[in-house]
Ligand binder design. Structure first.
Ligand code: ATP
Length: 239
């Protein structure tokens, strides 16, 4: 299977400071690739540059055989969706209206069907259906993360990027969210998962990258990384 998303030699700067150096990443349809690494390694910066939220200093983002140079909107239209670290929901709107906002995009080459997608999101997240009329601001942390993922799915992405979905969630909720992320793979979407929670991420991922101070220092099949002493010592610890 060939990659639908391929990042080549991507560099991202904040002013004179280079935050991401020469990143190379690929993600295939129906697979989960993860980028793990400590706080401040550049994980969010990398995702934001892939999505066009931040400009790249150099390098290329290839999506389905072409180089992405456009705006965020055109990348969404092509089939890229990002679930941002801060979730960025509309607190005073209902669950359902937050979802519908995710469907207000023009899609290139894919029919948009908000009703069908909402039904699909409710199938994946029955909890959201139960709470469809509830204001997003009153949801629990886990439910908010479900809604953020659900909203991204409304644009029928072919590549779904998730920025630290486990952040601030209790271990049981993290398990639930990761179970759903793993199940999403069945639909054929390619997933790029950025996480500080290396253990949870490597458990669901097919392939992993370790990002340290802006550089990819290690990569390989997730099972290999899980057994690599460098990963075990620094990111998995004991137990
Ligand atoms: P975290 O898990 O803490 O979010 P991260 O791996 O996602 O970490 P980034 O948020 O991408 O890391 O940050 C990478 C580096 O770039 C850090 O040194 C950070 O301080 C710096 N940085 C991030 N945003 C900005 C900004 N807007 N201006 C200047 N420097 C920034």
């Amino acid at each position: 299977m060939s990659a639908i998303l391929e990042v080549k030699n991507l560099c991202v700067d904040y002013g004179k400071v280079r935050a991401v150096h020469d990143a190379a990443i690929h993600v295939e349809p129906g697979r989960i690739a993860t980028v793990i690494g400590p706080n401040g390694a550049g994980k969010s910066t990398l995702l934001n540059a892939i999505m066009g939220v931040l400009p790249a200093a150099s390098g290329e983002v290839w999506f389905d055989g072409h180089v992405e140079k456009g705006t965020i909107a055109s990348r969404v239209a092509d089939g890229m969706s990002l679930v941002p670290e801060k979730r960025e929901l509309f607190a005073t709107m209902t669950v359902e209206d937050n979802l519908l906002l995710g469907a207000y995009v023009k899609l290139k080459g894919r029919a948009s069907n908000a009703d069908a997608m909402r039904a699909e999101v409710f199938r994946l997240f029955p909890r959201l259906e139960e709470r469809r009329k509830q204001l997003a601001g009153t949801l629990s942390g886990g439910e908010r993360q479900m809604l953020a993922i659900g909203r991204a799915l409304m644009a029928r992405p072919r590549v779904l990027m998730l920025d630290e979905p486990s952040l601030g969630l209790a271990p049981l909720v993290v398990r639930e969210i990761f179970h759903i992320i793993s199940a999403l793979r069945e639909s054929g979407v390619a997933i790029l998962l950025v996480e500080q929670n290396a253990r949870a991420a490597l458990q669901v991922a097919d392939y992993g990258y370790v990002l340290e101070t802006g550089r990819i220092t290690l990569e390989g099949p997730a099972t290999d990384l899980t057994n690599d002493p460098r990963v075990v010592n620094t990111y998995l610890g004991l137990g």
